[in-house]
Design a protein around this ligand. Structure first.
Ligand SMILES: [Zn+2]
Ligand SMILES: [Zn+2]
Length: 777
């Protein structure tokens, strides 16, 4: 699940369009809660509107996927809503679509880890599909054909893949948000993932009477309490990083976290009839009153974002799940009935009052407390309205079935237990299928939606950059990736254009293109006009605000993708996108000229060695301060005029000054944070020298400065530059094309990417690591 993405921008356009056409309302969804037929009619109108978003049943589209900006998990939630819809209303309009979409997405191991998702799939995403399968079994939804995966079996498969991911190696247990180590969020243990597992385990326990599920449910509940994600008052926080032993806890409260534990507790009560589960169920009902308004009374709202109007795409649907699970709780724990129904009635009525938008007057708003359409439209909020309205039919339907009480779905306790490959299957897919049978992948790629001004790039290489780790950890003073819901870091990739938008003339399919640290800028602010585009306030940072180059397929605005010239391999081009063009930018902004002495402390590897080559090509005289024979050899080969081994000489500063005419360096280029310490000293008595800051230390961890007299008397400058602009990248690529910039990279096959990232994380990388997406060992 994510909260924001590059591709979510169209939703703002959607909102705008909705606002513009908001005046021609002709009709509204009418709802009389005491009349079952009225509820059914209202549910159908709202569901019909919801289904206008779904395109998966169209020929050539992928069954079970929602178009941008909606993520895969939300489609799983939709099928659950449709299964409930059929059960509540008896209307089978969307049953075929539901069976088709769920079977398609169940994947080879039946556990909802299909090839098209699992490189970025989280435990929470997976479990929402598991919920839909579980509901289908509990509701005796029409079974798939005999030779196809069955509902109960799919729910068991999800459980069987998640239980082994229970991870006591940090925070004492719990499920991580992400499944794969290379996805951001892997280090986040969150409530919805663990709660989803708890919810599914409790329902499987109830359905099958198998003790193992009940034991896991107990374990998941206890851990949630022990780690503090659930407070003693039964309120649910969002989660915490396991790098810091799950403290501090991110105390944002979402409706669906309360809901997911509520229904699990109610199932455990129903199964065991133990007083502790009764109390837990009651307490969650009580504590969830924070999600219900006083005016109008008992109307649900998403308190974390609605009042400040910041609900992101995913979050617009969350209320629907609390409504869904509250209703089902009344069947498992009938003592909750009065309290729950009061809230479901008030919320359902208020939600229906918001459904007056659009040309048919059935588009629902986000804020039920408004009791009128707020002139927005969105798939998730439409689904939430459906959930809360149809939930009011709960009194008119029978309770969930179980294995020994009417259930017809075939189970398989071992389903999904063969773990899927640890290589992201989408990547494996592109290797084994695409390159051996090109047409296959192209068919699949046509499904990736891109805007008219965008290109879809298939990366062949990504570089790994130490700032990727900073992006994951959020220690640069910018919010961490998780804030944006981004999982894939990385910001230097090279590959080939595989799809172009309708307006694109700059690229054609088959052209080579690269992805840079900036994915796009506004193009029309002072910075953009003034060759400072990388400082644009609207700049979109790759691998932070939008998915980065650790994933193979990326959509980029055509205007911002970098063409790669012939004669520069992808392996060389990828690190040019960030590191080489960054140091190029610094060299340009230093204003130094041919003949200047330029010092690269720690320049025997990584970014520094690229700076050495570029400086040499510009006629400057590089000096590298580093240690070891290997680095010395490399530095001298790549154009350094001198190498100072700081472990071999008594005073490296003095040695550098002596080399630099006995006066001092004209310029010092600091690529590694540790080198800031004595960077200024290398300038000696050189008048007009400049210290260029490139490497980023953790924010607040160090200060760089000197006596003001040094600035005055020596005309000293200290200056920093950010990454390269489009022009800087093009210029740097041209140095590479002319053979003046070689990459000294260690290449990893894609299946060893986690190992490479771990090496980077531990700071064990001397040069540059690049990953070849098309090479599997
Ligand atoms: Zn970088
Ligand atoms: Zn701008």
């Amino acid at each position: 699940m994510r909260v924001f993405s590059h591709t979510s921008r169209p939703s703002w356009m959607g909102l705008l369009t909705a606002a513009l056409m908001g005046t021609s309302t002709v009709k509204a969804v009418e709802l009389d809660l005491d009349d079952g037929d009225s509820i059914k009619k209202a549910a159908k109108e709202v569901a019909t509107n919801m289904m206008t978003y779904y395109t998966g049943m169209n020929p050539g589209d992928n069954p079970g996927n929602l178009p941008d900006p909606y993520y895969w998990w939300e489609a799983g939630a939709m099928f659950n809503a449709l299964i409930d819809y059929w059960f509540y209303t008896g209307d089978d309009t969307w049953n075929d679509i539901t069976i088709q979409g769920m079977l398609w997405q169940a994947g080879d191991n039946k556990a909802f880890m299909p090839n098209n998702q699992s490189k970025t799939e989280g435990n929470d995403d997976q479990v929402f599909w598991g919920f839909a399968a579980m509901s289908a079994a509990e509701r005796n939804f029409p079974n798939p054909p005999e030779d196809q995966p069955q509902w109960l079996e799919m729910a068991q498969a999800v459980f069987n893949t998640q239980a082994p991911r229970w991870d006591p190696s940090s925070c004492g247990g719990g499920l991580r948000w992400q499944i794969f180590t290379w996805n951001n969020g892997y280090n986040y243990k969150n409530t919805i993932s663990t709660g989803g597992f708890f919810n599914l385990a409790s329902r499987l326990a109830k359905y099958t009477k198998n003790e193992t599920y009940a034991e896991w449910a107990e374990k998941a509940w206890d851990w949630t309490a022990d780690v503090g994600f659930m407070t003693p008052e039964y309120r649910f926080w969002d989660g915490a990083s396991d790098l810091s032993n799950c403290t501090p806890i991110n105390q944002i409260e979402w409706t669906y976290n309360a809901g997911v534990y509520l229904l699990g507790a109610a199932n455990m009560y129903n199964l065991t009839e133990e007083p502790k589960w009764k109390e837990r169920t009651e307490k969650i009902i009580e504590s969830s009153s924070v999600f219900f308004a006083h005016d109008p009374p008992d109307v649900m709202y998403e308190r974390a974002c609605e009042t400040v109007s910041t609900c992101m795409v995913d979050q617009r649907s969350f209320k629907g799940y609390l409504a869904r699970w509250m209703a089902q709780t009344t069947q498992m724990a009938p003592f909750t009935y009065d309290k729950v129904m009061k809230r479901l009635r008030a919320s359902g009525q208020a939600a229906a009052k918001t459904c007056t938008g659009g040309s048919k007057g059935t588009t629902c708003g986000l804020k039920w407390t408004d009791q009128k359409w707020d002139k927005t439209k969105d798939f998730g909020q439409q689904m939430a309205a459906l959930e809360v309205i149809q939930s009011n039919l709960i009194t008119r339907v029978s309770a969930p079935v179980t294995d020994d009480d009417g259930g017809t779905s075939r189970g398989n306790p071992n389903a999904g237990s063969k773990p899927p490959k640890t290589v992201p299957p989408a990547l494996a897919y592109s290797i084994t299928t695409a390159d051996k049978a090109g047409a296959g992948i192209l068919t699949a790629l046509v499904m990736i939606g891109i805007g008219p001004d965008d290109v879809l790039i298939k990366l062949n290489y990504t570089g790994l950059c130490s700032s990727d780790i900073h992006m994951m950890q959020g220690d640069l003073g910018v919010p961490p990736m998780s804030t944006f819901g981004v999982r894939s870091p990385g910001h230097e990739g090279a590959g080939v254009v595989v799809k172009i938008g309708a307006n694109v003339t700059r690229f054609k399919v088959g052209d080579r293109a690269g992805i840079k640290p900036i994915m796009d800028t506004c193009g029309s602010c002072g910075h953009c006009w003034d060759d400072k585009e990388t400082y644009c306030k609207a700049a979109i940072h790759t691998g932070l605000m939008v998915a980065g180059t650790y994933q193979q397929y990326l959509v980029s605005p055509a205007r911002y993708a970098s063409p790669i010239p012939d004669g520069v391999s992808d392996e060389v081009a990828a690190p040019v996108m960030c590191s080489a063009s960054t140091v190029y930018r610094s060299l340009i902004e230093s204003n130094l000229r041919a003949g200047a002495w330029v010092v690269f402390p720690g320049g025997g590897g990584g970014v520094g060695i690229q700076g050495v080559q570029l400086a040499k090509a510009m006629g400057m005289r590089p000096v590298v301060v580093d240690t070891g024979d290997a680095k010395q050899k490399l530095a001298l080969e790549m154009g350094a005029e001198a190498f100072v081994d700081f472990k071999e000489v008594a005073d490296p500063t003095k040695a550098v000054i002596e080399i630099a005419d006995g006066i001092g360096a004209h310029g010092v280029f600091v690529t590694a944070p540790a080198a800031y310490k004595n960077a200024i000293s290398f300038t000696g008595d050189r008048i007009g020298s400049v210290v260029m800051c490139i490497g980023l230390p953790p924010v607040g961890s160090m200060t760089l400065g000197a006596d003001p007299c040094a600035f005055v008397l020596k005309n000293l400058t200290i200056k920093g530059t950010l990454v390269g602009s489009r022009r800087d990248v093009a210029m740097t690529l041209d140095f590479a094309r002319r053979g003046m910039l070689q990459q000294i990279s260690e290449v990893y096959p894609v299946n060893r990417m986690p190992e490479a990232v771990e090496k980077l994380r531990k700071g064990q990388v001397a040069g540059r690591l690049v990953v070849n997406f098309n090479w599997e060992e």
